[in-house]
Design a protein around this ligand. Sequence first.
Ligand SMILES: NC(=O)c1ccc[n+]([C@@H]2O[C@H](COP(=O)([O-])OP(=O)(O)OC[C@H]3O[C@@H](n4cnc5c(N)ncnc54)[C@H](O)[C@@H]3O)[C@@H](O)[C@H]2O)c1
Ligand SMILES: [Zn+2]
Length: 399
Amino acid sequence: MANFRSLRYQEQLMADYDFDIPVTFRHRIRFTKDAFAQGNQVVGDLLEAERERKVLVFIETEIDRLFPDLQEQIRSYLEEQANLVLTEIVIMAGGEDCKISKTQIMDGIVPIERNGIDRHSYVFCIGGGAFLDVIGLSAATAHRGVRLVRFPTTTLAQDDSGVGVKNGINAFGKKNFIGAFAVPYAVVNDFQFLYTQDEHNNRSGLSEAVKVALVKDGTFFDWLEANVGALNALDPPVLEEAVERSAILHARHIALGGDPFETGSSRPLDFGHWTAHKMEQLTDFELSHADAVSVGVALDTLYSARCGWLPEEDAWRVVRVLQRMQLPVWHQSLEMRDEQGRRLVYRGLEEFREHLGGELTVLMLDAVGQGVDRHSIDEEKHEACMEELKEVSLAAAPV
Ligand SMILES: NC(=O)c1ccc[n+]([C@@H]2O[C@H](COP(=O)([O-])OP(=O)(O)OC[C@H]3O[C@@H](n4cnc5c(N)ncnc54)[C@H](O)[C@@H]3O)[C@@H](O)[C@H]2O)c1
Ligand SMILES: [Zn+2]
């Protein structure tokens, strides 16, 4: 009997043990104006506070400068909420430079430790996409993850990056090489922040709205096209509708698209991004992400037409919408070449593939509102699109 048992045990030891670990996240996204005004309960209602919870707040320096009353508003707001205890407000620099600084993650982690923030406390982060990426990474790694509430303050961060589940910093000259997937506890898109941006930044953040419309929702693209005038004028109801529709399309894809943490090779929300990321790097991040995305989207849209997947007239509709929004459809960094004469931007393809591993997969369009995965780029054809967009772009440039 003893022998039989031990034999069974031996067999079990040699078996495969595969466990599926189902984990469900709740992605809470809210839209409001003046989130910390007296009587606005959006933030208060979001936070679980049946017993005392600490709140640590990070504010990007530029936002602190532009909104001098914000710190005081947050203090009074949290004082009025039962069980929410503000421990500290930390002011830190944002912008793309903060994603390049290697010390910045620790600058985020140190206050989390200093304030005794635990997994039931809250970290508020108020700033642009770059700042959210860095503090998000600090919050995702301290204690292996504490609750982060994002308050995106740019158009791009509200209509795209802030509602995403990625955090990251640049390293080895590559965008977002170090990072973590982490679903934030909540995202509060407070429209008051949109109106202190300079006009160009405000409009250029809509390049991500155009992108998501092109890959997910043709009727949203039609709406953007019909509302270019109001968007250019930064007409609040129209701008805010564009931001909200774009944010929700992004979030819906992340939640329901079947691959929130990008384990496959396909990244539909990164349409036009393989060139965009490379151009940002080639210009030492002088070219903003939003502008680079506009160029990348124009290029891959025209290329989709040249490959016969997208009707030619649709491609030009897209280029015209971007141009009417005064967004770039070409950039001189596309001209940079290596010693063999190959354009440097094509190294972006390899980096794009390497970031996910597996087969090269780039999304192209086969209709306005519908993407299709492709696995190679015909560089000659693609270069011809660049040349054409260069001509169009130079012809449109103010004399
Ligand atoms: N994590 C993701 O899923 C994801 C997705 C897309 C983009 N991103 C990243 O987001 C970053 C770009 O974000 P961004 O476009 O918000 O740029 P950004 O954070 O660099 O901000 C742009 C500038 O605007 C300033 N600013 C921020 N809010 C302002 C306001 N309300 N008024 C006036 N000025 C303000 C900033 O200080 C900065 O100088 C890039 O690093 C990009 O890679 C991340
Ligand atoms: Zn982007």
